[in-house]
Write a protein that binds this ligand. Sequence first.
Ligand SMILES: C[S@@+](CC[C@H](N)C(=O)[O-])C[C@H]1O[C@@H](n2cnc3c(N)ncnc32)[C@H](O)[C@@H]1O
Length: 243
Amino acid sequence: MRRRRLAEAYLARHREVDGWLVDTTARATDHLLQAQTELGVRGNVLEIGVHHGRYFIVLANGLAAGESALAIDLFADQARNTTRSGSGDWVELAANIARFAPLARVEVVQADSVELGDEFIAAQYGVRFASIDGGHDRATTCSDLWLAERLAERGAIVALDDIYRQDWSGVTAGLARYFAEGGGLHPFAFVPNKVLLTTDGRWAEEYRGRLRQGFPDYCDRFRPRQELFAFDDLLLIWDTPQG
Ligand SMILES: C[S@@+](CC[C@H](N)C(=O)[O-])C[C@H]1O[C@@H](n2cnc3c(N)ncnc32)[C@H](O)[C@@H]1O
């Protein structure tokens, strides 16, 4: 119960943490994490590219008992942050976690995500929610998507940030490369500034249903089905209610 209260309190206060997150996306993510717990999808959560933890704390507060949250960032190694997307800060992150997610079991790793390979996957396999918001170029985005796919439990959700942004075009280019290489994740919804993917079409249908139930006023009424590459059934959730 205390975990839930912390999660709800943070949804109202995430703007106090530096970073990038739209209210509706925070609430939709929390809703899906709860749905996963109800549906028996178990596992850890992780984010690649945490900056000061604004979105990461939503994930950490959504954990069920026995699960943990993994934060991956370059932190002090900003010379490798070639797309200059944010700037991870371990001290700020730790302070924000202590303040807003004190009950979460958290592990923090300083790494360049493109260098995380078989050993990391063997150690961390079993992820139910992964956020990709690190390097915003084609190669890094594609590599991070493959990493998330290889870590994913059945029914896992992967949130890819900055999709279709002109100023972060490498993200969409990276998703295109991932599909061209045979990536198996299945996109199911756009929430503000992110596309959500899961492990297969059955889970995609389940999660679309959950979002429709939880956010009926935020669904696009006029164009309910959106197309993304070979997929033609994504749900569009707007950032404000659609009158
Ligand atoms: C846009 S910020 C993340 C914002 C954050 N998700 C939030 O909720 O505000 C991008 C982060 O990715 C990190 N980063 C960039 N390239 C990376 C890489 N190759 N591996 C790991 N982290 C990376 C940066 O240090 C920065 O903290």
